[in-house]
Each structure stands twice: as structure tokens, then as C-alpha cells.
Design a protein around this ligand. Structure first.
Ligand code: ARG
Length: 412
């Protein structure tokens, strides 16, 4: 059964107000029924603390809202790349997901957007977490990504034609794309993931080459939006990024070769970029041993540094950014490593934290329930020793994790 949320009065040295990017002293949060009823400097108010409240004092710690990773694959593990992945059944993927969900939550990520699973195992994982069967982050899931024949998202190009290996969600043409969206809605997806270019880790695709026509992407996006679902489009190359933005997608994943027109369109549409600028270090460092194909390593060598330079450029141009790591390609639980790369490539620590909290919540359409510590919000709270605005890398060792009022990791 699920751990029950109790009334909790939590105090700490400081709290990060992620909206303003400022620290608040004498931090206190009152949690009732899994939600925040007070958060702020307790010396400024007269608080009535319920007598039955459990008291948690995090002396020496800084608290902040739980982190949000907008690009993970919980049902994938980092040591099963390339041909190794062919041996993993859907059932095994789901079990892998159970382990990774706990690891991710304990690393301080109380919400994730799971943008692609090989089956509907992500839906099952989300539901098992929500029902309290297993510990894990709050999940927003896409189900199997939708894309073209041979595409990065949708298909599997590892075996010759006579084996008849086909990906989960190949949909060519506007009506097939709409139909695939309808299928994912039917089986429980919260959002739609598609691919508008090739990728690094898929055999035989080109990062610079568009996948889907504008007509197909427009139909897919219109269909998703008509069901109230947002669309995340994987796109490295500039043309595919522009196509996705013209079609009206909500987030661009990777955005490696984004050009000035892509930056202009993203700003005009209010679309978010989710640029995974840590993972290149893992791919080039440990990828070969993990089964990543040489052709993929070669694509990564052409992509990683350009993506980092364009992260700086897009951020300077004022494009909205979220934290999206592609954990699953590299080990789950190491999600926070990207934060220091985001500050290394132009963000302030406060901006990196905003990308991982408020901006992410807003991009999910959940800005009224997660990503902030304020009355009415879910009590998703993490704590780190020290001040993350001085040293963002301390978020790589989160000491305390509460999700919806339940403690999953405590300091003693
Ligand atoms: N899943 C992505 C792909 O295969 C990973 C890209 C990682 N590389 C990078 N520089 N962000 O395309």
C-alpha cells in the first residue's frame, strides 16, 4: 500500500524561491493532505501549526521544489544500446522501469516526462506509481513514439528485411499519423512524441535529414491538440526543427542544429527547447562499451559540441528552456549532472533551476500544481546541503525527497 501523506511541518535554513531565483531564510513549509498550505519565511508570519503535525527539521539544508526532467526513458537502461537492446522484451522493459523509477525519485526528480517507450509499459509504470504500488516520480508519458518508416522514433533498422522487424508506431501519411495519435490516446498517453528528423542512436538515420513532411506533422499536431495533448518533437536538424515549429509542436527535443529562423519561430510560438547537453559526454566516453554503434558515435561527434554552442545562442536569444536529459541513454539518477553543463553554457544557476522546475511545469501545462512551493501546490520538496545558487552541482546529491507529502529519502 501507499505511504500515507500526513500533516508535516518542515523547516530548513533556506528555501529557493524558483520564480524569483532568490533565497528565502527561515524556511518553513506546512504540508496537509499532500499539498502545501504555507511555504516561505516563517519569521514574517504567525503560523498556526496543527498539533498532530510531524516535524522535520533540515538544519543546514536548502529546500526547493522537486526537480522535473522533461526527457527521460525510464523503461530503457543505459547498458542496452544497439544490438543488445534486441534481447529486451516489453515485460523486461517494464521491470527495468520499476527500478529506474525509484532511482530517479531518490535523485530528487519528483516529476518526469517519459518521451518514448517501446510499448505501453510507460503507461503501466505511471499507473502503478499513482496507485502507490511502487515508488517513483509523477510521470507524464507518451507511449510508443510516432514516426515514419525507418524513422528514429518509430522504427527499428537493426535487422535485414527478411526478419520483418518493425517498430511499434510507424505511421506514414497525415491520416495514419492521426490514427496513431488516436491509438496512443486510447491506450493512455498523456502527450505525443514524434520525430521530425533522424537521430544519433538509430541505425541508418541522419541527424540533419527531416522526417515527416510539414503536412504530416501538422495533421499529427492538430489531432493531438484536439485531444488536449501536447506534442514533443525530436529534432536535431534545422529543417526538421522548423517544420515541427511550423506545425505547432509544444517542445523541441535536442534542437542541436537550430538556426536563426528556428529560434525566431520558437520565440514566436512560445515553444520550449529541451536540449540534452550532458549526454554527449556519456555517449563519447562510455557509449562503445554500452553497445552504441560506431556510426552513432560518429554522428555524436558531429552533434554534441554544436548543440552546446546552440544552447548558449538560443538561451541568449530568449527562447524558453526546460531541463531534458535523455536519461536512459545514460544511467538514471544522474539526471542532475546536466544542470552544471547548463550553467557552463550560459545560464545562471537560478535559470538552470527554473528550467528544471517552473518552466518544465509550465511546459507540461501543470504550472498550477507542480514546479513551485506555494499554497495549493503538491508537496514535492527536495533538500540539498549548502546553497545551489553558489554551486549547482550539489543537486547531484540530493539529501531529502518528499513527493506529495510522503518522504522517500530522509537525511537521518
Ligand atoms: N536520443 C538522441 C538521439 O539518438 C540522443 C542524442 C544525444 N546527443 C546529443 N548531443 N544530445 O538522437
Amino acid at each position: 500500500g501507499a505511504a500515507q501523506a500526513q500533516t508535516v511541518f518542515l523547516t530548513a535554513d533556506r528555501m529557493v524561491d524558483v520564480e524569483t531565483g532568490r533565497l528565502v531564510g527561515n524556511a518553513a513549509v506546512l504540508v496537509e493532505d499532500g499539498k502545501v498550505t504555507f511555504a516561505g519565511d516563517m519569521s514574517t508570519v504567525r503560523l498556526a501549526i496543527p498539533e498532530d503535525a510531524t516535524r522535520i527539521d533540515l538544519a543546514g539544508y536548502t529546500i526547493m521544489p522537486g526537480l522535473i526532467d522533461m526527457h527521460v526513458h525510464l523503461t530503457s537502461s543505459a547498458d542496452q544500446h544497439g544490438y543488445k537492446g534486441l534481447a529486451i522484451s516489453d515485460e523486461m522493459s517494464a521491470i527495468i522501469g520499476v527500478v529506474n523509477a525509484q532511482t530517479t525519485l531518490e535523485a530528487g526528480f519528483t516529476t518526469v516526462r517519459n518521451v518514448g517507450a517501446g510499448s505501453f509499459g510507460d503507461v503501466a509504470l505511471r499507473d502503478a506509481i499513482n496507485e502507490g504500488m511502487i515508488p517513483g516520480p509523477r510521470m507524464y508519458v507518451s507511449g510508443p513514439p510516432i514516426g515514419i518508416t525507418g524513422g528514429h522514433c518509430s522504427d527499428n533498422n537493426l535487422l535485414p528485411e527478411e526478419y520483418g522487424l518493425e517498430g511499434e508506431n510507424v505511421a506514414d501519411g497525415p491520416w495514419a499519423a492521426r490514427s496513431a495519435v488516436r491509438k496512443n490516446v486510447k491506450y493512455g498517453a498523456d502527450l505525443i512524441k514524434t520525430c521530425s528528423t533522424g537521430g544519433v542512436l538509430s541505425k541508418g538515420t541522419k541527424v540533419g535529414a527531416p522526417q515527416y513532411t510539414l503536412e504530416e506533422l501538422t495533421a499529427l499536431t492538430e489531432e493531438a491538440h484536439s485531444h488536449g495533448l501536447k506534442v514533443a518533437s525530436h529534432a536535431h536538424g534545422a529543417e526538421g526543427i522548423r517544420n515541427a515549429l511550423m506545425a505547432g509542436v509544444d517542445t523541441i527535443e535536442h534542437a542541436s542544429f537550430i538556426d536563426d529562423e528556428g529560434i525566431r519561430l520558437a520565440r514566436k510560438n512560445g515553444a520550449y527547447l529541451s536540449m540534452d547537453i550532458y549526454v554527449t559526454e556519456y555517449i563519447l566516453g562510455e557509449g562503445e562499451a554500452a553497445g552504441i554503434l560506431e556510426e552513432s558515435l560518429e554522428k555524436e561527434r558531429m552533434t554534441g559540441q554544436v548543440q552546446r554552442d546552440n544552447f548558449r545562442k538560443a538561451h541568449e536569444a530568449g527562447v524558453k528552456m526546460v531541463l531534458g536529459t535523455d536519461a536512459g541513454v545514460y544511467p538514471h539518477g544522474q539526471n542532475a549532472r546536466q544542470l552544471s553543463r547548463m550553467t557552463g553554457f550560459g545560464m545562471t544557476p537560478a535559470e538552470a533551476l527554473q528550467a528544471a522546475t517552473v518552466n518544465a511545469a509550465d511546459a507540461l501545462g501543470k504550472g498550477d500544481t507542480i514546479g513551485r512551493l506555494a499554497p495549493g501546490y503538491f508537496a514535492d520538496i527536495i533538500a540539498v546541503e549548502g546553497n545551489p545558487l553558489d554551486d549547482i552541482s550539489i543537486l547531484e546529491s540530493v539529501g531529502f525527497v518528499m513527493k506529495e507529502g510522503v518522504v522517500y529519502k530522509s537525511v537521518d
